[in-house]
Write a protein that binds this ligand. Structure first.
Ligand code: CP
Length: 305
């Protein structure tokens, strides 16, 4: 039985298979409509979500299966003191696969150690978000045609932004990717990413503080929200939250072929004036999340169509 806790739990070959399956689902949707008939997905969300939870649930419904679960810790027995381990053991009696989001780093990993069914990490604190990474990889593959030889600017809260940590780990295994890390000094990418991913693998990366100085070089700009919920100090959040706002003026020197991505939700990081720009891929990205989660669940459940 396989779980997905960290993006590197999947090899590059396994990721390619999942992305190719997602592309087949997009092209031949009807072929998959009964693939998970009789299967149940449990969504255990101890933290808020719109896209991840609902796209998982839509994905299982479109595969002909059913869903159960909760959307906040308050509506679960966690409020009575039940441990993550006990919750997972019990839900594993009711469901065939579990997608779990938790504010504590490592909680889905803990769950996977006692789970009788596959566990998918749907986001753990400021740590990882591997299904967002699969979403991002499918989006890059569809927008760019391939997953190699491009320069990506990651902009915003690179300290607490789990989508960025997971995406860096996954993309660093592909050929010819250059990373430009755009953040204020308080929100730089954690040291372990620099040493364990970039330096250890001799990856081309650079840290800057403004998007204007690098915009003309970028093939992709990946904007992120400043993660209010991870700050200890409200004043620091207020000071940093609007550091980067992408709008038409900032794209003055950008490539015509630039792809603008954001895992969403956005607050102010991308002006709505860009929503109709053909380079704005963030709503297409959200749609890709459903297809890639369909492909992932088929894979982890061992369902062949
Ligand atoms: N991208 C993402 O994880 O969005 P949600 O928090 O709405 O699930």
């Amino acid at each position: 039985m396989k779980h997905l806790i960290d993006p590197t739990d999947l090899s590059v070959e396994e990721i390619d298979e999942i992305l190719n399956l997602a592309l087949d689902i997009i092209d031949n949707h009807d072929k998959y409509k009964d693939a998970c008939r009789g299967k149940k997905l449990a969504t255990l969300f101890f933290e808020p979500s719109t896209r991840t939870r609902l796209s998982f649930e839509a994905a299982m419904m479109e595969l002909g299966g059913n869903v159960l679960g909760f959307s906040s810790a308050e509506s679960s027995s966690a409020t009575k003191g039940e441990s993550v381990g006990d919750t997972i053991r019990v839900v594993g009696c009711y469901a065939d696969i579990i997608a779990m989001r938790h504010p504590k780093e490592g909680a889905p990993m803990l769950g996977s150690m006692v789970s009788p069914v596959p566990i998918i990490n749907a986001g753990d604190g400021g740590h990882n978000h591997p299904t967002q990474t699969l979403t991002d990889l499918l989006t890059i593959k569809r927008e760019k045609g391939e997953l190699k030889n491009f320069t990506i600017g990651l902009c915003g809260d690179l300290k607490f932004g789990r989508t960025v940590h997971s995406l860096i780990k996954a993309l660093s295994r592909y050929e010819g990717i250059k990373f430009v890390l755009i953040s204020p000094k308080e929100l730089k990418v954690p040291d372990y990413i620099i040493t364990e991913v970039f330096e250890k693998n001799n990856i081309d990366y650079r840290e800057v503080t403004t998007m204007e100085e690098v915009m003309s070089e970028l093939d992709i700009i990946y904007m992120t929200r400043v993660q209010k919920e991870r700050f200890f100090n409200e004043a620091d959040y207020v000071r940093l939250k609007d550091t980067y706002i992408l709008d038409k003026s900032k794209l003055k020197n950008a490539k015509d072929t630039l792809t603008i991505m954001h895992p969403l939700p956005r607050v102010n990081e991308i002006s709505t004036e860009l929503d109709d720009d053909p380079r704005a891929a963030y709503f297409r990205q959200a749609m890709n999340g459903k297809y890639v989660r369909m492909a992932l669940m088929l894979t982890l459940l061992g369902v062949n169509v």
